[in-house]
Design a protein around this ligand. Structure first.
Ligand code: 13P
Ligand code: ZN
Length: 270
């Protein structure tokens, strides 16, 4: 077996978490990441039959039975991941009933997967139905997106349109828009179901007064989605209270969509 600490999926996870921490998106234990690992990716590093312990998830994810995931640990600090990946991360196989994690590696101090596992696994299920290349779910607490949920209408069409109009790249990076959930108790099956419902139509889902979820085919894609939405939210929080002299129009957004062949969320442009 190869040394798992050298596995690209592990080093990339540590690098992503470090970048998120440095950007201020993941204070203390904030945020969580899950990465769906294909069998051929994991096989050189771990024996899928060697289960260290089994941890019930408390909910069913039958469509993911037998699939393996690399997931951040609950209560763990993103800033500490590079120094001790084995304590802060875990790799598990979801059992055949899809309701327990069979730990293959990690959570070495007796820990467990993130408290947000329902939102992660349910979002994986929703995204895989619409995108077979989907692999990553990422959650964090970026300042400007969070701030925006206090002062902006939470209607997701209005929220998306505001972000699209804050910088030209926004509509190019997330033409599928941003789902928005009202405040809900985190770490529950209910918020997991509601997040997955949003993820059917867009790869970004904002949790009012809490943070944001992103889904993608890679860590870079999910990270880039949040980075771009947070950029838009940052511009909004800088200018919302100032008199506007000019702004990007719907006609201009349509021109961008035509030039780059974007599938803009139907009904979101006037
Ligand atoms: P965990 O430490 O359980 O991953 O929770 C962090 C978080 O951001 C909750 O929403
Ligand atoms: Zn959170």
């Amino acid at each position: 077996m190869k040394d798992i600490l050298t596995a690209p999926f592990l080093t990339e996870m540590a690098r992503t978490a470090t970048n998120m921490y440095r950007l201020g998106w993941d204070e203390r234990n904030a945020g969580n990441i899950s990465l769906l690992l294909d069998e051929e990716t994991l096989a050189p590093y771990l024996d899928r039959g060697h289960v260290l312990r089994e941890i019930p998830t408390g909910f069913q994810a039958p469509a993911l039975a037998g699939r393996c995931f690399l997931v951040t640990g609950t209560g763990k600090y993103f800033k500490n991941i590079p120094d001790d990946p084995e304590a802060n991360l875990g790799i598990f196989r979801l059992n055949d009933d899809g309701d327990a994690a069979q730990l293959l590696w990690g959570y070495s101090d007796g820990g467990s997967f993130t408290s947000e596992l329902p939102a992660h696994l349910m979002s994986h299920m929703a995204r895989l139905q619409v995108d077979p290349a989907h692999r990553v779910v990422l959650h964090c607490h970026p300042d400007n997106l969070l701030a925006m949920t206090f002062v902006h209408d939470l209607d997701e069409r209005a929220f998306t349109r505001t972000l699209w109009r804050m910088c030209t790249e926004c509509v190019m990076v997330f033409p599928d828009g941003v789902g928005v959930l009202p405040w809900m108790v985190c770490g529950t099956r209910e918020i997991g179901l509601a997040t997955a419902e949003k993820m059917r139509l867009s790869r970004l889902a904002v949790w009012a007064h809490h943070g944001i979820y992103a889904a993608g085919a890679s860590l870079d894609e999910a990270f880039g989605l949040i980075e771009t939405a947070e950029k838009g939210a940052g511009i909004y929080m800088k200018i919302a209270h100032l008199p506007w002299k000019q702004a990007i129009t719907d006609q201009q957004l349509r021109q961008v969509a035509a030039r780059f062949g974007l599938k803009v969320r139907p009904g979101y442009l006037d």
